[in-house]
Design a protein around this ligand. Sequence first.
Ligand SMILES: *[C@@H]1O[C@H](CO)[C@@H](O)[C@H](O)[C@H]1NC(C)=O
Ligand SMILES: *[C@@H]1O[C@H](CO)[C@@H](O)[C@H](O)[C@H]1NC(C)=O
Ligand SMILES: *[C@@H]1O[C@H](CO)[C@@H](O)[C@H](O)[C@H]1NC(C)=O
Ligand SMILES: *[C@@H]1O[C@H](CO)[C@@H](O)[C@H](O)[C@H]1NC(C)=O
Ligand SMILES: *[C@@H]1O[C@H](CO)[C@@H](O)[C@H](O)[C@H]1NC(C)=O
Ligand SMILES: *[C@@H]1O[C@H](CO)[C@@H](O)[C@H](O)[C@H]1NC(C)=O
Ligand SMILES: *[C@@H]1O[C@H](CO)[C@@H](O)[C@H](O)[C@H]1NC(C)=O
Ligand SMILES: *[C@@H]1O[C@H](CO)[C@@H](O)[C@H](O)[C@H]1NC(C)=O
Ligand SMILES: *[C@@H]1O[C@H](CO)[C@@H](O)[C@H](O)[C@H]1NC(C)=O
Length: 392
Amino acid sequence: MKSVALFLALASLMPLIDSVSSLPTEPMIMSRCDAQHNTSLPAANAFLPSPFKFLAGVSPSPGFGEWNSNLWDCRRQEIGEMFQEYELGWLPGPPDHLLASLENNNLTITCSVNSTDITFVVPITYPSGGSPPYPAMLVLEYPTLPIPEGIAVMNLNTTDIAWQTDATSRGKGKFYDLFGADASAGAMIAWTWAVSRVFDALEQLQQNSTDTRIDIGHIGTTGCSRWGKGALVAGAFEHRLALVIPQESGSGTLAEIVDENVWFSNELEQFVNNTNLLPFDHHMLIGMVAPRALLAIDNFGVEWLSPNSQYGCEVAGRLVYQALGVADHMGYSQAAAHTHCAFPDDQTPVVNAFIDRFLRGNNNTDTNVTDTASGAFNQSRWINWDVPTIPR
Ligand SMILES: *[C@@H]1O[C@H](CO)[C@@H](O)[C@H](O)[C@H]1NC(C)=O
Ligand SMILES: *[C@@H]1O[C@H](CO)[C@@H](O)[C@H](O)[C@H]1NC(C)=O
Ligand SMILES: *[C@@H]1O[C@H](CO)[C@@H](O)[C@H](O)[C@H]1NC(C)=O
Ligand SMILES: *[C@@H]1O[C@H](CO)[C@@H](O)[C@H](O)[C@H]1NC(C)=O
Ligand SMILES: *[C@@H]1O[C@H](CO)[C@@H](O)[C@H](O)[C@H]1NC(C)=O
Ligand SMILES: *[C@@H]1O[C@H](CO)[C@@H](O)[C@H](O)[C@H]1NC(C)=O
Ligand SMILES: *[C@@H]1O[C@H](CO)[C@@H](O)[C@H](O)[C@H]1NC(C)=O
Ligand SMILES: *[C@@H]1O[C@H](CO)[C@@H](O)[C@H](O)[C@H]1NC(C)=O
Ligand SMILES: *[C@@H]1O[C@H](CO)[C@@H](O)[C@H](O)[C@H]1NC(C)=O
């Protein structure tokens, strides 16, 4: 956990909350729910930080009443801003103009900001059977788990958006052509921005009646390893994603991961020897996806995935789903040792269950999945907070 087991997701427009907006003004790192956001890091904390405790100066009680979904949206926004500030870099909003076209099943997306344009292409494979509109999986790069019949597949070429060869790749790729090589966003936020543009493009084609074959309300994402990390981040920040399936998305220690590549922002480096100062951990990235569906597919056999940390992160992340009354919207399946990203057949039913329920709308499917080959998590060592009930 403190070694940052990477997992899992911002998005909805936050309603203004009167009781929050009446607070005295302080330095802010975000403002959509008009909460005051304390820009000082909290004191070191050897536990997993509470998903349910606002930063100092903003507290749900006393004075904020009981938990409700608006208040959770506000805390969720605060969590998202912390992730952007300290770990991932800032996610820009939509471009000034976006133009989508579809030719030979290639979705071509042109985005303009000020006087710069970029164009990227997302190939779509439509199902051969069934009838539209089809649910879809927007895969970061290529699928490494079986996508069942009847589901359209779209592929995002992540390297086209943000390079990721090694530490020298920072600031390179189409995202940076648009937002500048010195943009704070690491590669995963750049990919997330592109994922959001795919939704914008599909919405435009639907409005234009150019193509109505994709069921935009039932699109999931997946990817393995670096793309598993990316799928989780996209899921946290793009609320139109209905299902998120990060596969083998863990990592080693912070020191290892920040030097390996440019997936994170430069800001994360300051925490390498001070992980207890991080005001969040990835159970809160999982929590940002809630109540939307999330299935973590893991592998106990790869040390660099930090499987025990991953397991603990999943157990803790599921507590946010529990608070929202939808524990079975989040599952994890941690298989015994196998080759990295070589999906074991025995996890197929779990993937199918999540796709059936959350992309096909078959509500009778059992998605209460909490499987681990040998994960161990000492909850009292890591969790010193209670789980509230948050009515939705
Ligand atoms: C901001 O956070 C710091 C560290 O937790 C705390 O000492 C300070 O009192 C907070 N400021 C406000 C206005 O709450
Ligand atoms: C779709 O785009 C890919 C990648 O840009 C290109 O290689 C391919 O030829 C295109 N396919 C069609 C049918 O235009
Ligand atoms: C992905 O984009 C990169 C960089 O633009 C390009 O070199 C590569 O050929 C693309 N891959 C595919 C499969 O289109
Ligand atoms: C676009 O132009 C505006 C106004 O000059 C500027 O504030 C903004 O930073 C520019 N955006 C980018 C991404 O360069
Ligand atoms: C689709 O709609 C967008 C704006 O919503 C417009 O700019 C574009 O020209 C339209 N494209 C087609 C093919 O009609
Ligand atoms: C972390 O500590 C190690 C050992 O003291 C040191 O070599 C390294 O430079 C430190 N890293 C950072 C980012 O401060
Ligand atoms: C499944 O449940 C969702 C959320 O409660 C609901 O919107 C949807 O209509 C249900 N689907 C079916 C087929 O009953
Ligand atoms: C989910 O599964 C766990 C353990 O497998 C079980 O204890 C729990 O009762 C189940 N919850 C539901 C709602 O079925
Ligand atoms: C779990 O953590 C608690 C609190 O740190 C500790 O007292 C206990 O010995 C731990 N249990 C195990 C089995 O390690």
